[in-house]
Design a protein around this ligand. Structure first.
Ligand code: HEM
Length: 418
């Protein structure tokens, strides 16, 4: 049979539904060289087995200095607006041994226990946001719910004072709008965030020196964290706080947004979850969030990797210096790994999805993301049980940045006063 023509990538239609294009790539060109919208040439890896292998391959470096074109200098690779030297040295841009040292330090401060203790606070934030629109009978769940929740949560966890958190909401908004193609304020937003975090760290360090009592927040934990007597420098701590904010907000916005949308489009699965929640059975909830991460996860492509030597993946040789993007969203729909991959099955048992990555860069914030995702979805479906989409799905707009994919808005209606 003749091979159907290659699909167009990174178009408007692709952002709305990239899965047919990913199916084509998996089948006909699983390790595919393409030109990204920024003009950078890169390889896309779309099969599950190849994706896992690539994510764990130590010859694929995270350090943009290994890119043959050095495109990071022009801001064409990496995180938008993140060109300052101080912010470059964060976990997603470095390799061992620096990565091992910094990850160990932050892991001491960002423990699963600290996250678990945060549960009542996430519940409180979730209820407060729902209270703000519950009487109205309608809402835009991206702007009024999915977007503010992770920002306030991560600000709280880091120890950003309540009166400054709306500034973060504004800066984060500017960064997300950039992902939609408007470059405008992103550099300014990153700069303000950076300056703010540097000052906050400086202030907290002075406070901790004056009175070395255990501060409960993560920034105090980062400042105190030491590794064989070696402390994080203030620059490293600022880069770490920045990457926690950056990695932790738009991802979680999209987990809640894409997840809710998938539930609204699959009424049988949504009914299954609502029944379980009504019975007080929370076992399905945890698996449901994992399945939503697999089915339409927030991170479409893992962040950049660069071949430090010629590397063969899926039978294709990638030359040294070339960028490699592992397409998590394509791998997680691979029929060679998942039964009925295009079906949302909240009770799926065998689900080793790659939504949080794999290997040494596996998502550090996964426990927090799971906590926020579970509380947000369970509370919304319990408090607003007749929630329904208030727009034609074809009219919804998707934000298709290179790394992440999510809805710009999610209008819903429901019986007011819940
Ligand atoms: C790394 C996904 C939420 C912090 C990653 C990676 C993925 C990912 C795929 C690996 C990227 C790569 O290998 O190139 C997600 C998803 C989230 C989420 C889907 C939400 C549903 C969070 C949160 C935080 C966070 C809430 C922190 C507050 C990080 C950090 C890394 C990371 C620091 C870098 C780890 C390293 O390089 O060692 N995340 N993430 N993430 N994530 Fe998340």
């Amino acid at each position: 049979m003749p091979v159907p023509p290659a699909p167009a990538l990174f178009t408007f239609e692709f952002a709305a539904d990239p899965y047919p294009a990913y199916a084509w790539l998996r089948e006909h060109s699983p390790v595919h060289r393409t030109t990204l919208p920024s003009g950078v040439e890169a390889w896309l890896v779309t099969r599950y087995a190849d994706a896992r292998q690539a994510l764990a391959d130590t010859r694929l470096s995270k350090n943009p200095a290994h890119h043959s074109e050095q495109a990071h200098r022009s801001g064409r690779v990496g995180i938008p607006g993140e060109r300052s030297a101080e912010l470059m040295t964060h976990l997603l841009n470095i390799d061992p041994p620096d990565h091992t040292r910094l990850r160990r330090l932050v892991s001491k401060a960002f423990t699963p226990r600290r996250v678990a203790e945060f549960e009542p606070r996430v519940q409180q934030l979730t209820d407060r946001l729902i209270d703000s629109f519950a009487e109205r009978g309608s809402a835009d769940l991206i702007h009024e719910f999915a977007f503010p929740l992770p920002i306030y949560a991560i600000c709280d966890l880091l120890g950003v004072p309540a009166e400054d958190q709306d500034d973060f909401r504004d800066w984060a908004g500017m960064m997300v709008r950039h992902a939609g193609g408007k470059r405008g304020g992103v550099g300014r937003a990153v700069k303000r965030m950076r300056t703010y975090l540097a000052e906050l760290i400086h202030r907290k360090r002075a406070e901790l020196t004056a009175q070395p009592l255990p501060g409960e927040d993560l920034i105090s934990g980062l400042i105190r964290a030491s590794d064989h007597g070696e402390h994080l420098t203030e620059n490293e701590a600022a880069a770490m706080a920045f990457i926690l904010l950056f990695a932790g907000f738009e991802t979680t916005v999209n987990l809640i947004g894409n997840g809710l949308y998938a539930l609204l489009r699959n009424p049988d699965q949504r009914a299954l979850l609502q029944d379980a929640l009504r019975r007080g059975d929370s076992a399905l909830l945890a698996g449901a969030v994992e399945e939503l991460l697999r089915y339409d996860g927030p991170v479409e492509l893992a962040t950049w990797r660069f071949a430090t030597a010629p590397v063969t993946i899926g039978g294709t040789e990638i030359p040294a210096g070339d960028p490699v993007l592992v397409v998590l969203a394509a791998a997680d729909r691979d029929p060679d790994r998942f039964d009925g991959p295009d079906t949302l099955d909240l009770a799926r048992r065998d689900n080793p999805h790659l939504g949080f990555g794999h290997g040494i860069h596996y998502c550090l914030g996964a426990p927090l993301a799971r906590l926020e995702g579970q509380i947000a979805l369970a509370t919304l479906l319990t408090r607003l049980p007749d929630l329904e989409l208030a727009a034609d799905p074809d009219d919804l707009r998707w934000r298709g940045g290179l790394i992440m994919r999510g809805l710009r808005d999610l209008p819903v209606r429901f019986t007011p006063g819940s």
